[in-house]
Design a protein around this ligand. Structure first.
Ligand code: GLA
Length: 380
């Protein structure tokens, strides 16, 4: 991939650029908790974006996407959002960096990636983190890494219409090979947990489906949570985010909020606790408990939070039937992947059966990704 990017850069822009990379992510547990101030437990993966970038001394940036075979030009000093969707992730990062007092001049860039698109592996966060990290370095801004992650998150909010939490950009910026990271999304405290489950493998099964209204449904989930938190806050002013609430406090407002908001909030409060339980279980080497929690999360995401789909439910059900240790929908949902914790001896039988039965049921193939937990954003 690197050589292809460098060759294209030479063809379009000439002089030798610097190379930067940033990864996509997985999340072991803690889904839809980030924007509720709760815990998440992600790690960076061995799929990512690589970009060749060089400042060009003007205020106009010229960017070429190898995968989309598309080119864009924008002026970093003007609030004129380019029309191509993919380029907004880069343009947004420039603007958000400037809003924070950073300097960003024009640059030339060529990039490519191998994060499957729409699979819930955060290809967009990889793109944002790659450019945030690179522009910070190239223009000498010295913005700290957490703020770089926030630049990516604000790009989603202000330029892409997704009111996401911080998990994806955080994982892409802070990832460390071999470790998952437990992040408290309210305080920003985080801790690395070495993750090398002896005797088990992590495998992602990509349904290759994506709900068309996924972004607006995501934003609606967030609004439900905010309404539930506001109702609880009337009784308990210390509740800043939904994750600050006890289950009992949610029950107190049951009649004041809609049934839908109630079940969304019920899921979130349970999920925040599951992250802590999974971390405890990991420290004991108790992978069976980790897996059981994953199934509970799947149930919650499917029945209470309602962000699953028939394809994902089918794969999680099959995993359960085959005695796989843990399985659940991963990421925002509405399609994408399940993440599966599988004992080594069951691995082959499981992925073979899943591929065959999935095709038989839905008439198209799933994709299988063996993930390795890798490093975060960096200069190559
Ligand atoms: C998407 C968002 C994240 C997070 C997950 C669900 O990936 O970008 O911020 O909310 O969904 O856990």
């Amino acid at each position: 991939m690197k050589n292809k990017i460098l060759a294209k850069f030479a063809e379009l822009f000439g002089e030798v650029p610097a190379l930067y990379a940033a990864p996509g992510r997985i999340n072991l547990i803690g889904e839809h908790t980030d924007y509720n101030g709760g815990y998440v437990f992600p790690g960076a993966i061995n799929f990512g974006i690589i970009a060749a970038i060089k400042p060009n001394g003007s205020s106009v940036s010229r960017v070429f996407s190898i995968d989309l075979n598309d080119y864009v030009e924008f002026n970093v000093d003007e609030e004129i959002v380019p029309s191509q969707q993919w380029s907004r992730y880069i343009y947004g990062v420039c603007r958000e960096m400037i809003k924070r007092g950073g300097k960003v001049g024009g640059f030339d860039a060529v990039f490519a990636g191998d994060v499957p698109l729409g699979a819930g592996l955060s290809s967009s966060a990889a793109l944002e983190s790659c450019f945030a990290f690179a522009l910070n370095d190239l223009f000498g801004n010295k913005i700290d890494t957490f703020e770089l992650a926030r630049i990516g998150q604000s790009t989603e909010h202000n330029y892409c219409g997704v009111k996401c939490g911080i998990m994806d950009q955080f994982a892409s910026c802070f990832g460390k090979a071999g470790s998952l990271i437990r992040l408290n999304c309210k305080t920003g405290e985080y801790k690395y947990f070495p993750f090398n489950p002896e005797g088990y493998r992590l495998v992602l099964l990509d349904t290759c489906v994506k709900h068309v209204l996924a972004d607006s449904a995501y934003n609606k989930r967030r609004e439900s949570c905010e309404r539930a938190a506001a109702a609880i806050r009337e009784n308990h002013p210390e509740v800043e985010f939904l994750s600050d609430s006890k289950r009992l406090w949610l029950d107190e407002v049951r009649d004041k909020i809609s049934e839908e908001d109630f079940i969304r909030a019920e899921y979130v409060i349970g999920e925040v606790q599951r992250v802590l339980d999974v971390c405890d279980a990991l420290e004991r080497g108790d992978y069976e408990t980790v897996g059981e929690m994953m199934y509970q999360t799947h149930f919650g995401l499917s029945r209470l939070y309602e962000v699953s789909c028939p394809e994902l439910d089918f794969l999680a059900r099959l995993a359960r039937k085959m005695d796989v240790t843990g399985s659940r929908v991963m990421g925002g949902g509405f399609g994408g992947c399940t993440i599966n914790l599988v004992r080594n001896e069951l691995y082959d039988a499981f992925v073979t059966a899943a591929a065959a039965k999935y095709r038989e049921q839905f008439g198209h193939d799933l994709k299988i990704y063996d993930v390795v937990i890798g490093d975060g954003a960096r200069k190559l």
